[in-house]
Design a protein around this ligand. Sequence first.
Ligand SMILES: [Fe+2]
Length: 204
Amino acid sequence: MQNDAIITQSPIGSNAPPRPAMQPNPADPLEQFLHWFLTQGSRIGMVPLLGAVVQTDKVASIIWYRKAPFQVELFIIPPHYIVPEHTHPNVDSFEVYLGGQINFSHTGKYTTHWENQIPDQYGCSPLRGTVTRVRPNDPHGGTFGPSGGVFFSVQHWLNGVEPHRVGFDWDGAVVGPEHMARVVYGDAVLKPELTPKDAASGEF
Ligand SMILES: [Fe+2]
């Protein structure tokens, strides 16, 4: 299922940056930042001394880069996981797929299907490097296969909000009770049980 939010994906086995990194829109500050991050950002990242890792309901978030109003956050999602549809009221972002088994949803529909993928010569997904724009009002979520999933989120924080954790700026159903307790902005909802339909309402 193709979706207009998907910008591009890197060629198979290529280290070439996605299209926004090569042709950033000068009127789009987030594309400009993505371009800088992918082409000139530090290879060893800029993980802070304090607050480097937060784990909430088994989801690990690593601050890879932070300089307001921009931030890059790496996510490690455990196997067999459901992230229900939600929005981030104060964040514009690009989600960059790195690896693992992710069915990412955008506006109710899956944009990637891990079940259909065959590993390339390096054992990677042919969709590695896929970049998806997630604007503040774009509902998105995902389901994760037995390998779990890894992606990073390239963020522009809006409305004067200092970058903290995108997972704590959250409208919609949360992943679990720890998450619910940590949301600082947004209408978060704790559901007793999550199903794949919660992650991609337009697929069912
Ligand atoms: Fe999100």
